[in-house]
Design a protein around this ligand. Structure first.
Ligand SMILES: [Zn+2]
Length: 265
């Protein structure tokens, strides 16, 4: 490995802040996020790409969920430490190459391309309010554990959404007419599961089926038909939904227990 010629004279801190378009600028505090799932293969492959472009300077790549530093880097002990928002992990090749040009050579064109990419991925920037407390571990079912199993089995561990039990309503409401067992907010990148499912009489596979459905909403963005109508469950969605091992069994369980779910508190 040759000596680095491109090392700056001051090998101290050289954090770079790229201009982030208005739409992606979110003034939020991010709590440490132990639930950021980073696809290790994708991280390694991008790290390799940066290493190939860095003229012998070893590059170490870490991934964050932090919008304050979408792209930052500093030299430390002869190593170029790069930290990137997770949206770059599955960025197209040209965007990843632009990253290398931007970080290593401060290339202006590359910077513009990156700004556009960040802008068009604004929906992936987590807008989680600092007040939402995640509560994935229920009394009977651990959503985090189920999520990880589903992620490995059906999604190549690539779903990096967050998951939580929804809030219980304490008031004495009349019996529900309908119930939304799960929801996915793309803006918050957050899956909420209705707390009535955190019961001993609700089988784990049923909770998993609801979670699986919401994970598909994260994995398959809604499509727009020609008239501009949103299609929440396009055919690909329905096909992948059926891949879930207990799909039919879950539907049958739901039919048999819908009354109990509507009454449950
Ligand atoms: Zn749905």
């Amino acid at each position: 490995m040759g000596r680095a010629k491109s090392l700056p004279p001051t090998a101290g801190l050289t954090a770079t802040a790229i201009r982030i378009p208005e739409s992606a600028q979110l003034n939020l505090a991010y709590p440490a996020s132990p639930q950021l799932f980073v696809h290790e293969g994708a991280r390694q492959s991008l790290e390799r790409r940066l290493n190939m472009a860095s003229a012998g300077v070893p590059v170490a790549l870490s991934i964050s969920d932090n919008t304050a530093a979408m792209i930052s880097h500093r030299y430390e002990g002869g190593i170029l430490r790069v930290r990137l928002h997770h949206m770059f992990l599955d960025a197209p090749g040209e965007v990843q190459l632009a990253l290398a040009r931007y970080i290593l050579r401060d290339d202006r064109e590359a910077s513009e391309l990156l700004s556009r990419y960040i802008g068009s991925n604004g929906h992936r920037v987590m807008r989680r309010s600092r007040h939402i407390k995640l509560n994935p571990r229920g009394k009977h079912h651990d959503l985090f554990e189920i999520f990880q199993e589903l992620n490995e089995r059906y999604f190549d561990s690539e779903v990096d959404a967050l998951v939580t039990w929804g809030k219980r309503s304490h008031s004495k409401l009349p019996v529900r007419q309908t119930i939304k067992l799960g929801s996915y907010s793309a803006a918050e990148r957050l899956i909420r599961i209705h707390p009535v499912l955190d019961k001993g009489w609700v089988p784990r596979y049923f909770v998993a089926s609801i979670l699986h459905h919401e994970m598909l909403h994260h994995a398959i963005p809604e499509t727009r038909e020609s008239e501009g109508r949103a299609q929440l469950h396009p055919p690909e969605f329905r096909a992948r939904e059926r891949e879930f091992r207990n799909f039919e069994r879950s539907l049958a369980w739901e039919r048999g227990h819908i009354r109990r779910l509507l009454q449950a508190r």
